[in-house]
Ligand binder design. Structure first.
Ligand SMILES: CCCCCCCCCC/C=C\C/C=C/C(=O)SCCNC(=O)CCNC(=O)[C@H](O)C(C)(C)COP(=O)(O)OP(=O)(O)OC[C@H]1O[C@@H](n2cnc3c(N)ncnc32)[C@H](O)[C@@H]1OP(=O)(O)O
Ligand SMILES: Cc1cc2nc3c(=O)[nH]c(=O)nc-3n(C[C@H](O)[C@H](O)[C@H](O)COP(=O)(O)OP(=O)(O)OC[C@H]3O[C@@H](n4cnc5c(N)ncnc54)[C@H](O)[C@@H]3O)c2cc1C
Length: 675
């Protein structure tokens, strides 16, 4: 048997796809180890996939698009119960990476009844509950004796937390907090799994003690009777209805009617309220925003994975789809041969790799900050907040764009739910909104950038943190791209630094200039905000390029290094063209240099072409995880599209009741009136 570098090759596959795999120049298992950050985890992912493949009870009973929302929730609950029961046979206990993979394989991306339990409820208790509170609730939560969510957003307010309407008023006499929803707009609205699944929530409410508003605080709140699951007295609760996607998750509403909880249900790791109402301040005002920072830090990887789902589907399909000729004397070509198709897909393949590498760095920083904060050191919180705010915005934006490009690259079949593209898009695009609307989060990063710009302008560049140190550096007068014998990545990084620095300083100048002219700070901020957000995007895109460069430098295997270097070339050239307005504005890059960049881009599209399928195969998504007829590993698309269509509920009978009831009589009366 021949051992190929691409480990997805199997006998009997569509030969067009096998031909693509044979041309791969690197070992896809080794690339998976880069993507998933360790050989051990990449191997464990494969093992988990194999275990699941052998357990039919963990497979979908029918394609998701053919199920109603209720059926999907039932099916998801069935599988969730099974994986909870058999967890230790499938994954290592408490390994969140393995858990994430298990969920994606078995439950899929549309959510499940305990999605928020793992992503926000447990992280909130871990970071914000005192040891005593953790003893009481955390172990029960980890054991799934109770199910919880994170209830912060309201019907009227999601972004502006200071103006939430839910109040938690301390009653010194009974040592209780009274939770209350004063208006319709004060109803909690959106929290995942709040509607029907959770019996507890970490609730964010404005805390009032003796008439004073202490701002948003987090409380552990029982919502439903632990035995009957009926809502407790004083609680109004339900599902908010179907959404664009993510419909297995019961995003919910919640109202309180003077609902009492003990004082000790305020999460008290960093903040305290004494029995007499004395308030003990936390070491950092935003320390209780940690569950949001948790998701923002992890969602970079989550988004990269969803982008890669779409790219895997589109790239495989483009290798089996033949349409039209390039050379009219030759047979029809695979659509992947078209330069336009490559230009649509390959830069996003590069972005997906860039995002997953940036995501790995972010999680590392998050874990470090989590440990430091637990010991009272809050010094890196602002850096982490700035970084994750920018990354969640930029990455979710390009992920949604990339998925839509991948869908269009599949032509008509991309529009069928058999492709699963619409669900992948719908779930991913939610990331542009949840955990802070993207514009809002870019403005959070902009605050950090403006402060950094101030340091530069006042000659205090030495105080800049490592993520913004480049703001204090001097630029070359022009970019060195194509001006040195060999243009390396360093020239590109310097060019991106120049662009981000110039935009940051320009936006900050605009902001400070408006204030000097007498505008109040918030007005000046609003009038500068488009320019400020441009700076945030450029800064974040620079960070992503740097993270990609750092990773490629670390890779030892020469075959992997070569293909990752090709991807990085594609990435930096594509990015530079995409932001060329900024580069041309001050003549830092000339139009002849951009011609070079364009030529490089086309060169690397062609160079990557033989590795395209291997690059997407390296993510090692099983068919069960992808849930896409177009993206099947074996490439047998057409016969399976036909089988899928035949299984559609509409094809259960030859004549639909609607035809019997309406169309037949309509046609009959039309015919009769002609007589
Ligand atoms: C392996 C796991 C894979 C996981 C895959 C993930 C898949 C996830 C799927 C789950 C699906 C959905 C879950 C969704 C959940 C939610 O959406 S929960 C609700 C989220 N809501 C938001 O994000 C609201 C956005 N708004 C805010 O965050 C705040 O309102 C905002 C930060 C905009 C402002 O807050 P204020 O308190 O009003 O701020 P202000 O007083 O103006 O002060 C600003 C000041 O504070 C600093 N700051 C803000 N936040 C932080 C922080 N977290 N850490 C450190 N510092 C912070 C900010 O920098 C400012 O500082 P400055 O010095 O004054 O400039
Ligand atoms: C799929 C999904 C899951 C969710 N899960 C949860 C959950 O589990 N728990 C939870 O508590 N919440 C959850 N949410 C809610 C989510 O966090 C909020 O919807 C989000 O933070 C945006 O807030 P908003 O809806 O108030 O948007 P708005 O703030 O109303 O945004 C509307 C527009 O106003 C702009 N805008 C608002 N403020 C400013 C500003 N200061 N400067 C400039 N522009 C501004 C925005 O950019 C946007 O264009 C979820 C939402 C979705 C879509």
């Amino acid at each position: 048997m021949v051992h190929h570098q691409n480990k997805a090759i199997r006998e009997g596959d569509n030969p067009d796809l096998t031909a693509e795999r044979v041309t791969g120049t690197f070992d896809t298992h080794s690339m998976a180890a880069q993507i998933y950050n360790s050989e051990a985890h990449a191997r464990r992912r494969r093992e988990i996939t194999e275990i699941i493949a052998k357990r039919p009870e963990l497979h979908d009973t029918k394609p998701f698009p053919f199920m109603t929302r209720e059926e999907k929730i039932l099916e998801s609950s069935r599988k969730l119960t099974l994986i909870t029961k058999h967890m230790n046979e499938i994954i290592e206990p408490n390994n969140s990476n393995e858990m994430f993979h298990l969920n994606n394989e078995v439950l899929g991306i549309e959510g499940h009844p305990m999605a928020l339990h793992g992503i926000m409820f447990i992280p909130a208790l871990t970071a914000q509950a005192s040891e005593e509170q953790q003893k009481k609730w955390l172990t029960r939560a980890i054991n799934r004796e109770i199910v919880g969510t994170y209830a912060q957003t309201e019907l009227g307010h999601g972004t502006n937390l200071q103006n939430l309407e839910t109040t938690a008023t301390y009653d010194v006499a009974t040592q209780e907090f009274v939770l209350h929803t004063p208006t319709i707009t004060g109803l909690k609205w959106w929290p995942g799994n709040l509607g029907k699944s959770s019996n507890y929530a970490v609730v964010v409410a404005l805390m009032f003690i003796k008439g004073k508003n202490y701002g948003p605080h987090t409380f552990m709140v029982p919502l439903r009777d632990e035995k009957t699951h009926q809502p407790l007295k004083g609680i109004t609760i339900g599902d908010i209805g179907p959404k664009i996607a993510y419909n297995v998750t019961d995003n919910g509403f919640l109202g309180f009617d003077h609902y009492r909880i003990p004082r000790t249900n305020l999460l008290m790791r960093h903040t305290r309220v004494e029995p007499d109402g004395t308030y003990v301040k936390p070491p950092h005002a935003k320390i209780n925003y940690s569950a949001m920072v948790h998701v923002r830090s992890h969602m970079i990887t989550g988004q990269a994975i969803m982008l890669s789902y779409a790219l895997t589907i589109a790239t495989r399909y483009s290798s089996v789809r033949r349409q039209g000729q390039i050379d009219t004397t030759q047979p029809e070509v695979k659509v992947l041969e078209y330069q336009t198709q490559q230009h649509r897909l390959f830069p996003y393949i590069a972005r997906a790799y860039a995002f997953v590498f940036a995501g790995a760095e972010t999680v590392k920083l998050y874990e470090r900050v989590l440990e430091e904060v637990a010991t009272g050191n809050v010094s890196l919180m602002a850096d982490l907040h700035a970084l994750t705010s920018g990354l969640k915005s930029v990455v979710s934006h390009y992920t949604a764009q990339g998925i839509e490009q991948a869908r269009m690259a599949c032509g008509g079949h991309g529009y069928s739910q058999a492709s699963y593209m619409s669900e992948i898009f719908g779930v991913a695009v939610g990331g542009c909104t949840y955990e802070g609307e993207n514009m809002v989060m870019l403005l959070q990063l902009a605050r950090y950038l403006v402060k950094s710009a101030s340091l530069v302008k006042t000659g205090q560049s030495s105080k800049l943190g490592p993520l913004v140190a480049y703001l204090g550096a001097k630029s070359d007068s022009t970019s060195l791209i194509d001006r040195t014998p060999t243009t390396g990545f360093a020239e590109y990084v310097k060019t991106f630094q120049h662009i981000a620095r110039r935009q940051t300083l320009k936006a900050a100048d605009k902001f400070f200039g408006l204030m000097e002219k007498g505008e109040k700070r918030p007005i000046a901020w609003n009038k500068s905000s488009v320019e400020l957000n441009r700076a945030s995007r450029l800064h974040t895109r620079l960070y992503i390029v740097e993270a990609f460069v750092r990773r490629v430098e670390e890779v030892a295997d020469p075959r992997l290094k070569e293909v990752l270097t090709d991807l990085l070339h594609l990435h930096v050239n594509y990015e530079l063209l995409d932001m060329s307005t900024y580069a041309l504005e001050d003549g830092f890059v000339s139009s002849s240099q951009l011609d070079y960049v364009r030529d490089q881009l086309y060169f690397y599209l062609a160079k990557i072409r033989p590795n395209a399928v291997s690059l997407v195969d390296s993510w090692e998504f099983s068919d069960q995880e992808l849930r896409s007829v177009l993206g099947r590993r074996d490439g047998h698309v057409y016969e399976n599209l036909f089988a899928w269509a035949k299984a559609s509920p509409l094809n259960k009978t030859d004549v639909l009741p609607s035809v019997d009831k309406y169309l037949k009589p309509l046609m009959e009366s039309a015919r009769a009136s002609k007589l």
